[in-house]
Ligand binder design. Structure first.
Ligand code: NAD
Length: 412
């Protein structure tokens, strides 16, 4: 089939390359010229394990190419961003623009799939009215639906193939056609349902995780008040065969877990009480951690903190919605100078010990694997103080303590 994918980011690009590697002819469309220029030279501008060589291969074979404008195709896949506004409402402008963009190229028998995570009703209420302008009968001459993405950054190529998937159509035949298309490369189960159910499933999966993390974060606060180690509590509770509590931390970031629950709250503000409360608890965590830092630095006149790790999760380069960035901004707003280090973020790369120079406290914000073995002695030698605050209970505490650090941990 000829497949046209709109939006070549973390989702659209690997998906395009995957279809291109499995017998399809793929045109990737992006409004960012840098993405298209790179793609047509067989390279990429995002970080994802093994994606560069995978893309290079299909570009060289001629099954994937990029363009700024769509072309006629058998199937269209929309994978553009769906962020939230300042008011915590879904910003659907990209989905709308992408749907309008493909309209002139839609022909009888085509399939249109929304992959972007979207509020319930997006396919039926936002996309269908645009697609109906084609004059085609929806569900009979044009097949439409939603197939959300579940991949985890860092393992996208593996998970695209092995995860199970939901194919939600505006009618049964649309769902079936979506399932058949993804069957080209998906080895997991593909479950068919209606488009609205598919939309809510994706939001529900991330909301489940947000609520679980909020529970862990609340537990961390309770444990601090009761002088109990939350990490040990969670570890022991999770020995129960039917308990799986997530880990506390300085907040929840990324463009999925911290965002998607708002799409449910927006539609059901009076009913989604637990979901809303979980969002508020997680959003409050940077402030909660910051309050600890002020306490620890109470006696320092011009306090300086070095933050290790700024991405929203470990071992990726993605800083979107990162709670550690919010924490850094909060500290700065309250008179604490902040130095930043992150091996994955170009602006903050470099020597860890150098990044600690002159600081009174080192805060571990993200548990990147390489922070497991920190050059504690060199760090201390460069520092003006000896405090270490671990928001992830991750650093090698015995070796830090032995080197002379005074170590504190969230929830302990
Ligand atoms: N990244 C993830 O891990 C992940 C996981 C599951 C679901 N999702 C969802 O997938 C969707 C895409 O996310 P992403 O991480 O790939 O986003 P991204 O920001 O990495 O990429 C989106 C791309 O779309 C392009 N774009 C925006 N509007 C366009 C338009 N009108 N025409 C053409 N190109 C356009 C942008 O230039 C960008 O390159 C979002 O709804 C997101 O919530 C993402």
């Amino acid at each position: 089939m000829k497949i046209c994918v709109i939006g070549l980011g973390y989702i659209g690009l690997p998906t395009s390359a995957m279809f291109a590697a499995h017998g399809h002819n793929v045109l990737g469309v992006d409004k960012n010229p840098a993405v298209i220029e790179a793609l047509n030279q067989g390279s990429i501008i995002i970080e994802e394990a093994n994606l560069d060589s995978f893309v290079k291969d299909v570009v060289e074979k001629g099954t994937l190419r990029g363009a700024m404008e769509p072309e006629e195709a058998d199937a269209f896949i929309i994978a553009v961003p769906t962020p939230i506004t300042e008011e915590k409402k879904a910003d659907m402008r990209y989905v709308q623009a992408a749907t309008e963009m493909i309209l002139p190229y839609i022909r009888k028998g085509n399939l249109v799939i929304l992959e972007s995570t979207s509020p319930v009703g997006t396919v039926e209420q936002l996309m269908l009215p645009i697609l109906e302008k084609s004059g085609l009968k929806m569900g009979e001459e044009l097949f439409v639906g939603h197939s959300p993405e579940r991949v985890i950054p860092g393992q996208i190529l593996y998970e695209l193939v092995h995860n199970s998937r939901i194919a939600g159509g505006i009618n049964a035949i649309s769902a079936q056609k979506i399932a058949e298309l993804y069957r080209s490369f998906v080895e997991g189960e593909i479950y068919q349902c209606d488009a609205r159910t598919a939309e809510l499933c994706k939001l529900t999966e991330n909301t489940f995780r947000d609520i679980n993390i909020a529970f862990a974060n609340e537990l961390a606060q309770i444990c601090e008040n009761l002088d109990i180690d939350v990490w040990q509590v969670i570890q022991l509770c999770n020995k129960h065969p039917r308990v799986n509590i997530h880990q506390p931390g300085p907040g929840v970031g990324g463009h999925c877990i911290a965002v998607d629950p708002w799409f449910i709250i927006e539609k059901q503000p009076d009913t989604a009480k637990l979901i809303h409360q979980a969002r508020l608890i997680n959003d409050y965590m940077p402030e909660y951690v910051a309050a600890h830092i002020y306490e620890l630095l109470e006696d320092v006149e011009q306090p300086q903190v070095t933050i290790l790790g700024l991405t929203y999760k470990p071992d990726v380069d993605d800083i979107r919605e990162s709670p550690v960035l919010k924490l850094a901004a909060l500290l700065e707003k309250n008179g604490v100078a902040v130095k930043r280090h992150d091996p994955f973020v170009k602006a903050y790369q470099g020597d860890v010990a150098e990044a600690c120079a002159g600081s009174h406290l080192v805060l571990l914000g993200v548990h990147h694997q390489q922070y497991k073995a920190l050059p504690a002695k060199e760090m201390l030698a460069a520092m003006a103080g000896k405090l270490f605050y671990d928001t992830r209970n991750f650093a090698d505490e015995p070796s830090l303590t032995e080197a002379g650090f005074e170590v504190y941990s969230l929830g302990r």
